[in-house]
Design a protein. Structure first.
Ligand code: PXP
Length: 251
């Protein structure tokens, strides 16, 4: 069965991580976003964390303007807090992806607990949706989270692929099946399916064997590769890997 080309959202958070290591203005994540768009990114993803460890408020303002001018979607990753909700409603990005956040974590370690927290999530999803923002929930590939995501009114789920990617290549079968089942369930409930976290050229290609996936969001690996081959080349190679994987699933 054919599907439209899977979109690639490029997460530029770690350009800001490098900038902030010296506290100056270089390298600029907004310039990285421009370069990513020129190289074929379908959208830009940025996470404004509560502690502002990488992306800052001024970056979000500039990224919002850039994406509007370029006609590309900005996917604003945010914790479920009043502060972040107010910022999202002020900037009105194309999409908001609700993620869990703990100050002491190195990165987003697991999916959002939507199941059991529907009463907290539903009003936030509604407020964002009412402002015309597409709401995505970053969840683990489990049946109860998928059901809860649909119940609180999200339009999109992004499955956390971190666990899958951290497994050795020969030991990913069970996790792949879990991811594939969750994708099928979400699609069946009318949710658009995205995936992200920890993906590289190989794992991005592998997960695209799952036909329901419409978008991948990739950051750390691409920014790391940029050190060696440049950001544009890394993005083009990722697009190539994704296209090759989709060509195989079309056969
Ligand atoms: N999607 C979400 C919701 C994330 O929180 C992150 C990490 O910020 C990513 C995708 C990208 O993960 P990575 O940087 O490991 O590619």
């Amino acid at each position: 069965m054919s599907r439209p080309p899977v979109r690639l959202g490029v997460n530029i958070d770690h350009v800001a991580t490098v900038r902030n290591a010296r506290g100056g203005v270089h390298p600029d994540p907004v310039r990285a976003a421009e370069e990513a768009i020129r190289a074929g990114a379908d959208g830009i993803t940025a996470h404004l964390r509560e502690d502002r460890r990488h992306i800052g408020d001024a970056d979000i303002e500039a990224l919002t303007a850039l994406c509007k001018t370029a006609g590309k979607p900005l996917n604003f990753e945010m914790a479920v807090t009043d502060e972040m909700l107010a910022i999202a409603l002020r900037h009105r990005p194309h999409a908001a992806c609700l993620v869990p956040e703990r100050r002491e974590e190195v990165t987003t370690e697991g999916g959002l607990a939507v199941a059991g927290h529907e009463a907290t999530m539903a009003p936030v999803v509604r407020a964002l949706s009412d402002a015309g923002i597409r709401v995505s929930l970053f969840i683990d590939p489990s049946a109860d989270q998928v059901e809860a995501a649909a119940a609180v009114g999200a339009q999109v789920v992004e499955f956390h692929t971190g666990r899958y990617c951290h497994l050795p290549a020969g030991e990913r079968g069970v996790e792949f099946d879990r991811l594939a089942a969750a994708c099928a369930q979400a699609d069946g409930l009318g949710l658009e399916v995205h995936a992200g976290h920890g993906l590289d050229y190989d794992t991005a290609a592998e997960v695209l064997a799952i036909p329901e996936i419409r978008e991948l969001n990739i950051g750390h690996f691409l920014i790391g590769e940029a050190v060696f081959v440049g950001l544009a080349a890394a993005i083009r190679r990722m697009r190539g890997a994704m296209e090759a994987a989709q060509a195989v699933t079309r056969e």
